[in-house]
Design a protein around this ligand. Structure first.
Ligand code: SF4
Ligand code: SF4
Length: 334
C-alpha cells in the first residue's frame, strides 16, 4: 500500500475518507511505520510483529509511542492493541497528546468549524442512543429522594476507586471561551488510562469535588456517558468549544448529548425577575415575561436539558427541578 493509501485507509475505517483534514491530522500524528502498525491492528505486540515483519522489541516501542499519542488502545486482559474507534476518540485522544504540535491543534479547530456539524448528523443516523448525557449540578437535586447514583456528581465521585483530572480536549483545541481547562474528571478505568498515558494526574475525592464546584460556578455543564455505569468520566463542558454541546445547540439540532432526567421550573412567588438565569442558560430555555416588579423567568420545557446551571446563579432559590423522564430513560450498559 502506498503512503497516500495508508492514510486514506485509516480515515476510511472511521468513515472519514472524504475529509482531507482528517487525513492530514493522521499524517501529522503517525509516521508511515506507525500507520502500517495501526492498520495491522487488532493484535498483541507479538502478532503485530509477525504481521508487519518487524522485530518484536521494535514493535513494542512503537506501540508505547502510539499509546502515548492516543492512536492505539490496549486491552489489559488480552494485551491486544486496537486503533482509535472513531473520529471523536481520535480528536479527544490526540488533542491531549502532551507533545501535540500546534499544527495539529489548529487543524482540529478548523475541522471542528468546517465539518463537525455535518459529521455529527451522519453519526446520529448510526446511534441508537446519544453517547453522552447531561447530569445536573448538585444543588438542582438537593431536595430529591430518588436520585440514581449515575446521575449524581457526588455519588459518582464518592463511589470511585481511582480518579484523575485531565485537560478538556475541546478547550485545548479551541479555548475561545476562556473557561477553566483542567476540569475533565476521569473515573476508574478512565483514570487508569489517563495516568498510564501521562495525560492526567491522580487526584483525591476532595479535589474532584472542588473541580465540580469550580465548574458549576464557571458555567460548565456536567456531561457523562449515557449508560447506567460511571466508569469513565465527568466532562465539564462549555457551549462554545465542546463538540458534543455544539451539536446539541446547532441549527440542525443534532442530538449528540441526551438531557438529564430533570427539568427546571420557576417558582413565580419567589422569582425577583433579576434575569441572571437567562444569561446563564446556553440552551435558550429561559425567557422573561412581564415588566418591572412583575418580571418573572419562564422555562421552555422543550428546550430545557436539565443541566441546573440556572439554579447556581439564582439569588432567590426560585428554580426547582422536576423529574421529567423515568429511570429507564438512561440506557442500561450492555
Ligand atoms: S433552564 Fe437552561 S440552565 Fe436551567 S436547567 Fe434548563 S437548560 Fe439548564
Ligand atoms: S435568576 Fe432566579 S430570581 Fe432571577 S429571574 Fe431567574 S429565576 Fe428569577
Amino acid at each position: 500500500m502506498s503512503e497516500i493509501d495508508l492514510y486514506r485507509e485509516m480515515a476510511d475505517r472511521i468513515m472519514m475518507g472524504n475529509s482531507d483534514d482528517i487525513k492530514q491530522a493522521l499524517r501529522i500524528v503517525a509516521d508511515e511505520g506507525e500507520a502500517r502498525l495501526l492498520l495491522a491492528m487488532p493484535g498483541t505486540a507479538e502478532q503485530l510483529a509477525d504481521s508487519t515483519n518487524r522485530p518484536v522489541e521494535e514493535v513494542r516501542k512503537a506501540l508505547d509511542g502510539l499509546f502515548h499519542k492516543g492512536l492505539a488502545f490496549v486491552s489489559g486482559s488480552s494485551g491486544k492493541y486496537r486503533m482509535f474507534r472513531d473520529v471523536i476518540q481520535l480528536h479527544d485522544a490526540t488533542a491531549l497528546w502532551p507533545e501535540a504540535p500546534k499544527e495539529l491543534l489548529e487543524l482540529w479547530k478548523r475541522w471542528t468549524e468546517a465539518e463537525w456539524a455535518s459529521t455529527a448528523k451522519v453519526f446520529e443516523g448510526f446511534l441508537s442512543n446519544p453517547p453522552q448525557r447531561i447530569i445536573p449540578v448538585e444543588i438542582a437535586l438537593e431536595d430529591k429522594q430518588q436520585i440514581l447514583h449515575y446521575e449524581n456528581v457526588r455519588e459518582i465521585i464518592e463511589n470511585a476507586k481511582k480518579i484523575a483530572v485531565t485537560k478538556c480536549p475541546c478547550r485545548v483545541v479551541d479555548g475561545k471561551c476562556g473557561l477553566p481547562v483542567e476540569v475533565c474528571v476521569q473515573i476508574n478505568r478512565g483514570a487508569e488510562y489517563a495516568i498510564a498515558r501521562g495525560t492526567g494526574r491522580e487526584i483525591d475525592k476532595a479535589e474532584a469535588m472542588q473541580i465540580m464546584r469550580k465548574a458549576e460556578e464557571s458555567g460548565l455543564v456536567h456531561v457523562t456517558m449515557n449508560t447506567d455505569h460511571t466508569d469513565h468520566y465527568i466532562c465539564n463542558c462549555c457551549p462554545d468549544c465542546c463538540v458534543g454541546l455544539r451539536a446539541v445547540r446547532s441549527a440542525e439540532g443534532a442530538k449528540f448529548v441526551a438531557p438529564s432526567r430533570y427539568q427546571a421550573a420557576v417558582d413565580e412567588d419567589v422569582c425577583i425577575g433579576c434575569e441572571s438565569c437567562l444569561e446563564r442558560c446556553y440552551f435558550g430555555a429561559l425567557s422573561a415575561k412581564g415588566e418591572g416588579e412583575d418580571c418573572k423567568a419562564l422555562v421552555n420545557p422543550e428546550r430545557c436539558v436539565g443541566c441546573g446551571l440556572c439554579a447556581v446563579v439564582c439569588p432567590s432559590n426560585a428554580i426547582k427541578f422536576d423529574e421529567a423522564r423515568p429511570a429507564d430513560f438512561i440506557p442500561a450498559s450492555g
